[in-house]
Design a protein around this ligand. Sequence first.
Ligand code: SAM
Ligand code: SF4
Length: 349
Amino acid sequence: MKSSAVSDRLGRQLGVLRLSLTARCNLACPYCCPESVEPQGLLSTQDQLRLIHAGCRLGVHTLRLTGGEPLLTERLWPLLEALSAGRKKLSDPLAQLKDIAITTNGSLLDDEKARRLRASGVDRITISLDAVDGGSIARMAGLRRGAGAGFDLLNKVLAGVDAARTAGYDPALGALKLNAVIQRGKNDDQLIPLARLARQKGLELRLIEYMDVGNSNGWCRDQVMPASEMIQILNDQWPLQSSGRPLGGTSRQWAYKDGGGIIGTIASITEPFCSDCNRLRITADGKAFTCLFASEGVDLRDGLRQDVSDLGLETMMARVWLGRSDRFSEERGTRPLANQHAEMAYLGG
Ligand code: SAM
Ligand code: SF4
């Protein structure tokens, strides 16, 4: 089955669907602020599948499962089983999916789960870790019991990295990466230790600028460390060479000149990449957001009613993308952002 990608009003083609499975999390990173309860009207597995089908018919080639913490919900597994079965049938729109990825904080990723993810067709895992020092991890993850709890979390996340590798996720093939949000004055002293850890483990580390998503994190510009500054610090230690940002990607790639692997920067604040954004986000309760910085999403639950055909649902989703003209990050500073915007853990980061 062949699909043709829809383009929005700025000529951007839909390519990536980020599906949030839950707004809840077992951590409480203060820069993210997850919900303690799920939103009303959580999508069923059947609903999720219908949305993914519709997305595939509109050009989605990559599905990223996220949250909140996606490994917290048991609904992950039946969804993956159905996706795996669908991808094997040439006539199924799911066969369009070239890539299924998951973003997790890694704390619940044990051998059994890593093997299950692999067996059910998840191609790539990104694990988030913002520090290597116990106290710093505890602050970044919102753990109240201090450095000891931070150290315990580090050990769980590192065990998760090992479990993923053992299950067949090969970092050299880009199948296993680390994400770190860097906040000035909070964990910028962790840049070198994080990079050292990633180099030792052969992992690509992706350094994310602190973003003004949501209303609860008290974001202020002073806490943003520009990616250029992060790179300067690392370059002084291990010289780096830029290899650019692939079209439609979020991360600019840098290679260590000593052959120590690669590192990425996601500079949504200082080097926005709205011009080739191909990402549609769907929340755990079925709202479609075309941008992380949008104040409102479009509720797709009407389209999920039994009496609405798959074509009807596809038309509804296509309308969301065709009408898109947002480029909030590029306009930052020239146009005020809406007062209310959705939280990162609800949107699915
Ligand atoms: N719980 C999972 C995790 O932490 O990887 C998945 C969801 S989390 C919302 C996805 C990504 O968004 C994580 O890498 C997290 O660090 C990042 N993130 C959350 N809030 C952010 C913010 N305000 N600015 C930049 N990145 C943020
Ligand atoms: Fe949870 Fe991920 Fe948000 Fe941290 S960033 S609170 S781990 S959803």
